[in-house]
Design a protein around this ligand. Sequence first.
Ligand code: COA
Length: 333
Amino acid sequence: MATMPRGRIVGTGSAAPKKILSNADLEEIVDTNDEWIVRRSGIQERRISSKDRNETTTDLATQASRNALDMAGISPDKLDMIVAGTVTPDRQFPSAACMVQESLDAGNAAAFDVSAGCSGFLYALSMAHNAIQCGTCKTALVMGVERLSTILNWEDRGTCVLLGDGAGAVVLTAEKGDNGILSTHLRSDGSLGNLLYSSEGKSSLPEILDCVEQKSFYLEMEGNRLFKRAINCLTSIAREALAHNAMCEADIDNMIPHQANLRIIQATAKNLKISMDKVYTNIHRYGNTSSASIPLAMDEANRGGHLETGANILLVSFGAGLTWGASLLKWTM
Ligand code: COA
């Protein structure tokens, strides 16, 4: 039987809003302090988008995508598929992916969104990779993009200090051989959906006026209960990815985790016996950008020369749903 092609990342890109909101700025908004935020989460500042600065979800995703396409040297009309991981599209419909398809003028691409909380990028990557393996797609654009600042309750210090806005994108092409995406692994547990959710809107839209009055469209989170579960889920899915590829922890050259909390990242790396010098983090500068965090970190790591040819790279994420996932890549660019 002929070997199946796999998706290989041939371009990365990212985009971040201009406005930086520091911990000191937050001290003016809620009862918090820099020391608490840094000690509990590792976050020093985050970016906050504004539609007045052309930083909508579509704007950020388009900019990240153009950067990734430029690096790949691929024109938008070559794309067969555009998949966006997001929970903060500009509109309920059309999808963020369709809006980016229009702004890129990617006339030959199917386009759709994936809603998987902070795991949105890994879910989207998996969809595109599977389509490439099936032969239904040859060139795909995969994005993670969020404007979480638009659904934050700026009176809730337990959540508003943790999250931020941004976008990241990768271009995948179909390739035979040993390089590229080795495997993707996805899980969910909807029974714990109430640990992290944004309550109203969507099909409850007729009740939108009640919703505004009750401020019930904000993101709600039980951080404490998520914390331990995140570490367990990230560790177990990473081990599953390693076992699937007959690898062990020592084979990992780089880990690019979802950036939710530095302590979660450190505990996961410790469980996996992966030294923190192999783990790329930028949470101190962006906070938790949900599905944008992995592609944003990957683009920085790539452009900063941290990813070497032949490196085994582990991606892991955890988020609302609950959802979690992992992917192993053999890097060449
Ligand atoms: N500034 C100052 N104090 C704060 C605060 C803030 N921004 N937010 C909460 N506190 C207070 C709490 O009110 C609490 O006070 P109390 O003991 O008097 O009741 C105290 O700090 C401890 O709160 P707690 O929630 O137990 O802190 P924690 O050590 O669990 O850290 C998180 C909180 C949110 C940073 C942590 O639980 C976390 O990161 N969880 C995972 C979140 C996550 O990953 N979410 C996304 C998944 S993708």
